[in-house]
Ligand binder design. Structure first.
Ligand SMILES: [Zn+2]
Length: 111
């Protein structure tokens, strides 16, 4: 699951309707496209809202397990998934876990 800001998406879809609406007077295809966008808005609005206890609000920190010269192995404190080389908490490349989505804003603790 990838939580998104549905309100922002709906705003963007309405903006697209505004942009294309002047053309809909003369173009049937544009009218159909606007009708499809309105259906998309209804679909987005009908989606359930995620509870705040799901992964989007889970917090964790990187645990440095091993260092091999340039690269290191880090483990997510929340789901224990290990990453080698691709995650470098020092340069802010990954402020969330690629496996569980935990936000890595807890203070780092080395094991
Ligand atoms: Zn994780």
């Amino acid at each position: 699951m990838r939580p998104i800001d549905a309100d922002e998406l709906v705003k963007l879809l309405y903006k697209n309707i505004e942009i294309f609406e002047p053309l809909s007077v003369i173009d049937k295809d544009v009218q159909n496209a606007i009708a499809r966008i309105k259906c998309d808005i209804e679909i987005v609005e009908s989606m359930p809202t995620v509870e705040q206890t799901t992964t989007s609000f889970v917090h964790g920190h990187w645990i440095k397990l091993d260092e091999d010269g340039y690269d290191a192995t880090y483990k997510c404190s929340h789901c224990n998934t290990c990453f080698y080389g691709v995650v470098d908490p020092c340069n802010d490349l990954c402020n969330f876990c690629l496996a569980c989505g935990a936000k890595m804003d807890e203070s780092e603790v080395e094991e």
